[in-house]
Design a protein around this ligand. Sequence first.
Ligand SMILES: *Cc1c(COP(=O)(O)O)cnc(C)c1O
Length: 400
Amino acid sequence: MAALNKLPTQLIHHPYRPPTGFEGFPPAVHKASTVFFPSVHALRTQQWADKSGYTYGLHGTPTTFTLEERIATLEGGTHCVLVPSGLSAVSLIDMAFLRQGDELLLPDNAYGPGKAFAAGELAGWGISHRYYDAQNPADLAAKITPATRLVWLEAAGSVTLEFPDIPALVAVVSAANAGRERAIVTALDNTWGAGIAFQPFELGVDVSMQALTKYPSGGADVLMGSVVTRDDALHQQLLTCHMRLGLGVAANDAELVLRGLPSMALRYHAQDVSTRALAAWMAQQPAVAAVLHPALADSPGHAAWQRDAKGAACLFSAVFHESVAQAQIDAFCDSLRLFRLGWSWAGPVSLCAPYNVSAIRTTPWPHRGGLVRFAVGLEAVEDLQADLAQALAAVDLAKP
Ligand SMILES: *Cc1c(COP(=O)(O)O)cnc(C)c1O
């Protein structure tokens, strides 16, 4: 190294190597676009797809491999790919498994932007989609055709929180697969269960995705998604599509999710307890016609939730009486102080958003009043209840 006498070269090709063997709890944050090869032979032969080596930053680093393995464990799977958002996990699954002429079946209560991807890009590429009623396995059976290639499931449904009978829906697809050359793939949006409430592969699904943005991060400070499988062939299809699309996640973002994972189960259960208390309180309020949360006996899918799940996420929705005007519901949301207005959930801060359910679903919706979805954070539950009470009173909705 004595030849390196020009300062810029010295600083770039610096000879110091710290001693190996350092150990601490947090995994190291490795950042690189370029990965160095020790020889031309290694450059030509090194493999990344089976995690036996490194070839390029986009194809994985020790940091992303570590996070992938932990997320696979969280969901009871064997393989994981990481993507820049939950929505890109949805679109990756669609793009990996669907080709021109194929049909996609989505639950009517699916995550909205996933529906928009089907109606926009997929339709433009000659891939059709139809909605089925997730609470009615016979409806799914009736909608499967020879063109069906992918069936999405979501537990609980977005906004309206119906809990589907996942084993019954999977059984419908298995029956349809008997004798088919190209099996229909089942994909679950497992953001709500998060790997904590139930193990998706034990309920029979082929692919499970999560918005790591929600519970695994827990900090409301990172966007990321994951796609987990137990099936080598399905994983290879996902990985190939992922590589060709050039998807990857930043090392600092992976670090944030790795940091959130150890406290995830504690946060999930703490938020579950607060959410159930607030849902029960909200159900007693005279302005409220119904509260939707799978643990409530009259919420759709309660029996399936009770059989298959060991917990519930931090979401509940309140449906107001038809007599309550939308302007009054909006004013109620505006009056909340601790519950902030905004999308996403499972972070420290409680959130709420009003929804017009009739505008986002095709199957009949039994309620006529406006709906507000609440995402309960980590604040003290007494303070959150007081916030709901003061906002109801502020817009004259506290009394019968
Ligand atoms: C938030 C969410 C997503 C998308 O995650 P992003 O990281 O925000 O793109 C997908 N599905 C469900 C059920 C979600 O709640």
